[in-house]
Design a protein around this ligand. Structure first.
Ligand SMILES: C[S@@+](CC[C@H](N)C(=O)[O-])C[C@H]1O[C@@H](n2cnc3c(N)ncnc32)[C@H](O)[C@@H]1O
Length: 238
């Protein structure tokens, strides 16, 4: 099933009220450690400027502000107002509102000048873009030379026993639980379908290289259920 921008926007807006609960429930809370690992790979720059694309309910933006307390500013961008509203509530509760700004915007047309961010993250968002290569190119464009891009995305485990177990969970159980709790069964059928059709590991790493990034690496998390990709923009960190 190909994502179309408006369909994806409507889908996330419709599940925003249950998004966090389902995220933590369906991943048994492991998603928190994945986000921590993604942020741990960003360069720590004093008074740096960080961007979290497809920020949703702002978990990664909040993690950046916790992990990199010396970070100057963090911007989260998303094109779903209901998701951003949840994020803004969480940022306000965290007391980090002076450091984090959440903005409405499209990942495929980032409203920033070239080469402004020290580190950029996108967690479980790339797969939802109608043009993932363009998304990576946009993030590469706004990254400073020497800055690092970290992408978290779901994948399927490579070990066959784990893969079979996981696919049973992912294709049968998760859509049912997700559908019941969110009230949008379609959204939780879309999740496994989109993951199974999305490039993973070397293939996704290829997009980084096509976008001109270097030192591209990927690392399996939790047996390969999620993968952390990263790459740097050529040039020296200033
Ligand atoms: C699965 S959620 C991930 C949210 C968050 N990053 C996290 O780790 O929980 C995907 C998010 O991507 C956003 N999104 C999808 N396509 C987008 C686009 N073209 N521009 C901006 N946001 C987009 C959706 O609105 C949604 O909030």
């Amino acid at each position: 099933m190909e994502p179309t921008g408006q369909r994806v926007q409507r889908m996330f807006s419709s599940i925003a009220h249950r998004y966090d609960l389902l995220n933590h429930l369906l991943s048994l809370g492991i998603d928190r450690s994945w986000r921590r690992k993604a942020v741990a790979g960003l360069p720590a720059v004093r008074s740096g400027f960080y961007l979290d694309v497809a920020t949703g309910a702002a978990d990664v933006a909040l993690e950046i502000s916790r992990r990199l307390p010396e970070a100057g500013r963090i911007v989260g961008i998303d094109f779903s107002f209901p998701m951003l509203r949840r994020g803004k509530e969480k940022v306000a509760r965290s007391g980090r509102g002076n450091f984090i700004r959440l903005l409405y915007g499209d990942a495929l047309h980032l409203p920033f000048a070239d080469s402004v961010f020290d580190g950029i993250t996108i967690a479980f968002g790339l797969r939802n873009l109608t043009d993932p290569l363009r998304g990576v190119q946009e993030m590469a464009r706004v990254l400073k030379p020497g800055g690092r891009l970290a992408i978290l995305e779901f994948a399927t485990p490579s070990r066959s026993w784990l893969r079979s177990l996981y696919l049973f969970y992912f294709l049968r159980l998760l859509p049912w639980v997700g559908g019941c709790i969110s009230g949008n069964p379609q959204a939780y059928r879309y999740l496994p379908e989109s993951v199974l059709h999305f490039p993973e590991r070397e293939a996704l790493g290829g997009l980084f290289k096509e976008a001109g990034l270097e030192y591209v690496t990927y690392r399996n998390l939790t047996g390969g259920i999620a993968v952390l990709y990263s790459g740097s923009k050529p040039g020296d960190q200033q």
